[in-house]
Design a protein around this ligand. Structure first.
Ligand SMILES: Nc1ncnc2c1ncn2[C@@H]1O[C@H](COP(=O)(O)OP(=O)(O)O)[C@@H](O)[C@H]1O
Ligand SMILES: C=C(OP(=O)(O)O)C(=O)O
Ligand SMILES: [K+]
Ligand SMILES: [Mg+2]
Length: 598
C-alpha cells in the first residue's frame, strides 16, 4: 500500500508573485528536431537548471521548441500542490493518481494535525456538511484548511453541503447513537422541546410529518439502516414498531414508504434551499468556499437560482471595489465577474433522477449521493443509476463525485471488506472524477487509513485500466455553445488523442478559467494534464477534476515565455526533465504544440 507519502516532510513552497500584465498576441513558432525520447526518467534537478535554455532552431518537422529568449524565469514562481509534487518526484508522470479524493471533515478530523495528515494523504477537497455542527465549528475548519494551503503549499478546495429541508431526526440529546431493537415501540414526535427527550422518543424536524404518515406506512431511518412500521398517530406523536433493528445516528434522514414506494406528501413542497440554508450559503460565500453542494436537488431551476445569486453577490462586492477605483477615472463600465464558487447538485431523490439531464447541464458538478438515493429507489437500482450519471456527466463535461459508504466498515475497522474494495474499484473504472469519504473521515476511527485505501485502489485500477484498454471507443458528444468553444473542444479532443498515440509524458494547458483543462480531463487521456492558471480559485476548483494537476502560474502574456518559464521552474523542482515529451495548449492561443522539454 502506498503509505510512503504520509511520512514525507514537505517543505513550505514559495509564495506566488503578482500576475504580470497580459498580452494575447500569438507567438511565432520556432522549430528544431525532436530528440530521442528518454527511457526511465530520473526526476532530479539542480538549481543550475534554472539558468538557461539552449537556443532553438526552426526545423521542417513541425515540432515546436521554445527559443531561449533570455527569459527572466527566476523572477517568477509556480505553485503546485505539495502532495502532488512529492508524488511526481517519487513516481514520475505515469503513476500520478487521476481520481480525486474528497473527505468529509467531522469531529475525527477537524484538528490541524489531522487535516494536514489528510492533505498529505491526498485529500483534494475538504467537505463540510451543514447538517451537522454550527457555523462557528465550520468556520474554524474552513480557516484551518486555508491556513494549511497557505503555510504548507497545498491547494485543498473546500466544499460546503447545504442541509436541505428533507425530514430528519433530532440530535438524540447528545448521544452518539442509540440502538433500536426488533419489536420495540418508539415514538417519533414533532413536538418541539428544548430538553432532551425520554428513551425511545425521537424528535422529527418537519412539522407536517404527523400529517403525512398513515398507519401501516414504513419509516426508513438513514435509507433503511433501521426500519419501523407506523402503528398509530396521536396528535403530534407517531407510534412505530421497529421491524428491522439498527443504530440510529443523530440527525439521520427519515423516509416514509407506502405500498413499496416513497411517499411524497406535503414534504414534496418543502423548498430545496431552506431559509437556514440561505444563511449557510451567505456564510459559505463570506468564508470563500470553492463549492456549494446542494442537497436534495429536484430541478435545474434551483441550481440556476443559486448560481445567479452567487454571481450577483460576487459582482456586488466586485462593483464596490471597481467603483471606488473607476470613480477616480470618472468612467463607468459593466464588469462581468464569473463566479468563483462552483455549484454541485447532489442527486439523491427520485425527482432529481426525473430531471437528471437538465440538472447536470445547469450545475458545475454532480454528486451521486448514494446514501439518500438508496433510501428513495430500490437498492439494486443504485449501481446502474450511478453508472448512468457518471457517463452523462462525462458527456456533458461536468465533474462527478461518487459518494457514500465506499468504505463504511472502516468507520470501525482498520481494513475494508472485499466488497468495499470492489465498489471503489468500480467507481474508478467508470472513471468518475472523484470519490468521497463521509463517516469514514468525519467520525470514523481510521480516517487516514480509509483515505490511503482510496488512494492505493485508485492508483492500481487506473494503471490496470491503461494497460487493459488504452483506447476506449467512447464517442464524446459536442458540448460547445459557440464556434470558439467548438474550436477549443476539437483542439482538446485531438490533443488527447495525439497524447495517447504518441505516448507523451504530459499535456500542458494554459487556461484562464479552467474550461480547456476540463475539456481535456473529459477525454480521460493516458497521461496527466498539467493545468496552469493565474487564478488561485480556478486552481483549487480544478482539483476536483479527473487527471488534472493544477498549478498557479502568473501569465506572462505570451505562450512562448509561459512555456519557457514553466520548463525552467518545473525542472528546478525536479518535476520534469530535459527530453520529456509534452503537448502544450492554451486557451489564448488556440493551437497544439508538441515538444520535448529543452
Ligand atoms: N460537523 C460535524 N459534527 C459532528 N458530526 C459530524 C459532522 N460532520 C459529519 N459528522 C458525522 O459524520 C457522519 C457522516 O457525515 P455525512 O455523510 O456528511 O452526514 P450524514 O450521515 O448526515 O449524511 C454524520 O452522520 C455525523 O455523525
Ligand atoms: C452524500 C450524501 O448526502 P449526506 O451525506 O449529506 O446525506 C448522501 O446522501 O449520500
Ligand atoms: K444530509
Ligand atoms: Mg444525503
Amino acid at each position: 500500500m502506498a503509505t510512503a507519502a504520509r511520512s514525507l516532510h514537505l517543505p513550505a513552497l514559495p509564495k506566488p508573485s503578482n500576475p504580470s500584465s497580459r498580452n494575447h498576441l500569438p507567438v511565432p513558432s520556432q522549430f528544431r528536431p525532436l530528440p530521442r525520447r528518454h527511457g526511465r526518467r530520473r526526476l532530479a534537478a539542480s538549481s543550475s537548471d534554472l539558468t538557461s535554455f539552449p537556443d532553438s532552431t526552426p526545423t521542417p518537422n513541425g515540432v515546436f521548441v521554445p527559443s531561449a529568449a533570455a527569459h527572466p524565469a527566476a523572477a517568477a514562481t509556480i505553485d503546485v500542490d505539495a502532495a502532488t509534487e512529492a508524488e511526481l518526484r517519487e513516481n514520475g508522470f505515469r503513476s500520478t493518481r487521476r481520481t480525486k479524493l474528497v473527505c468529509t471533515v467531522g469531529p475525527a478530523t477537524r484538528g490541524a494535525a489531522e487535516l494536514e495528515a489528510l492533505a498529505v494523504g491526498g485529500m483534494n477537497v475538504a467537505r463540510v456538511n451543514m447538517c451537522h455542527g454550527d457555523r462557528e465549528w465550520h468556520r474554524e475548519v474552513i480557516r484551518a484548511v486555508r491556513s494549511l494551503n497557505e503555510d504548507k503549499g497545498f491547494a485543498v478546495a473546500v466544499m460546503m453541503d447545504t442541509e436541505g429541508s428533507e425530514i430528519h431526526m433530532g440530535d438524540l440529546g447528545g448521544a452518539p447513537s442509540v440502538k433500536a431493537e426488533d419489536g420495540e415501540v418508539w415514538t417519533f414526535s414533532v413536538r418541539s422541546t428544548d430538553t432532551s427527550l425520554p428513551d425511545r422518543i425521537i424528535h422529527v424536524n418537519y412539522d407536517g410529518f404527523a400529517e403525512d404518515v398513515k398507519a401501516g406506512d414504513e419509516l426508513f431511518v438513514d435509507g433503511g439502516m433501521a426500519r419501523f412500521e407506523v402503528m398509530e398517530k396521536l396528535g403530534p406523536d407517531v407510534k412505530c414498531r421497529c421491524t428491522d433493528p439498527g443504530l440510529l445516528l443523530p440527525r439521520a434522514n427519515l423516509t416514509i414508504w407506502r405500498y413499496g414506494s416513497v411517499v411524497r406528501e406535503r414534504n414534496a413542497m418543502l423548498p430545496t434551499i431552506s431559509s437556514k440554508d440561505w444563511i449557510d450559503i451567505d456564510f459559505g460565500i463570506a468564508e470563500g468556499v470553492d463549492f456549494i453542494a446542494v442537497s436534495f436537488v429536484k430541478s435545474a431551476e434551483v441550481i440556476n437560482h443559486l448560481k445567479s445569486y452567487i454571481t450577483a453577490r460576487s459582482r456586488g462586492s466586485f462593483h464596490f471595489i471597481a467603483k471606488s477605483l473607476i470613480g477616480v477615472l470618472n468612467c463607468d463600465c459593466f464588469i462581468v465577474c464569473p463566479s468563483d464558487i462552483g455549484v454541485i447538485a447532489k442527486i439523491e431523490s427520485i425527482d432529481a433522477l426525473k430531471n437528471l439531464e437538465e440538472i447536470i447541464r445547469a450545475s458545475d458538478g454532480i454528486m451521486v449521493a448514494r446514501g439518500d438515493l438508496g433510501a428513495q429507489i430500490p437498492l439494486e437500482q443504485v449501481p446502474s443509476v450511478q453508472q448512468k450519471i457518471v457517463r452523462m456527466c462525462r458527456q456533458l463535461n461536468k465533474p462527478v463525485i461518487v459518494a457514500s459508504q465506499l468504505l463504511e466498515s472502516m468507520i470501525e475497522y482498520p481494513t475494508p471488506t472485499r466488497a468495499e474494495v470492489a465498489d471503489v474499484s468500480e467507481a474508478v473504472r467508470q472513471r468518475a472524477d472523484a470519490l468521497m469519504l463521509s463517516g469514514e473521515s468525519a467520525m470514523g476511527r481510521y480516517p487516514e487509513k480509509a483515505l490511503s485505501v482510496l488512494r492505493s485502489v485508485s492508483l492500481r485500477i487506473e494503471k490496470w485500466w491503461r494497460e487493459e484498454k488504452r483506447h476506449e471507443t467512447l464517442e464524446l458528444q459536442d458540448v460547445s455553445s459557440s464556434f470558439s468553444d467548438k474550436i477549443s473542444e476539437e483542439i482538446c479532443n485531438s490533443a488527447a488523442k495525439m497524447a495517447n498515440n504518441l505516448g507523451v509524458d504530459a499535456v500542458f494547458v494554459y487556461t484562464k478559467d479552467g474550461h480547456m483543462a476540463s475539456l481535456l480531463s473529459r477525454c480521460r487521456p493516458d497521461c496527466p494534464v498539467f493545468a496552469f492558471t493565474s487564478s488561485t480559485s480556478v486552481r483549487r476548483r480544478l482539483n476536483l477534476q479527473w487527471g488534472l494537476i493544477p498549478f498557479r502560474l502568473s501569465d506572462s502574456g505570451d505562450m512562448e515565455s509561459n512555456l519557457n518559464r514553466t520548463f525552467s521552474l518545473l525542472k528546478a523542482r525536479g518535476m520534469v526533465q530535459s527530453g520529456d515529451l509534452v503537448i502544450a495548449l492554451s486557451d489564448m492561443l488556440q493551437s497544439i504544440q508538441v515538444m520535448n522539454v529543452p
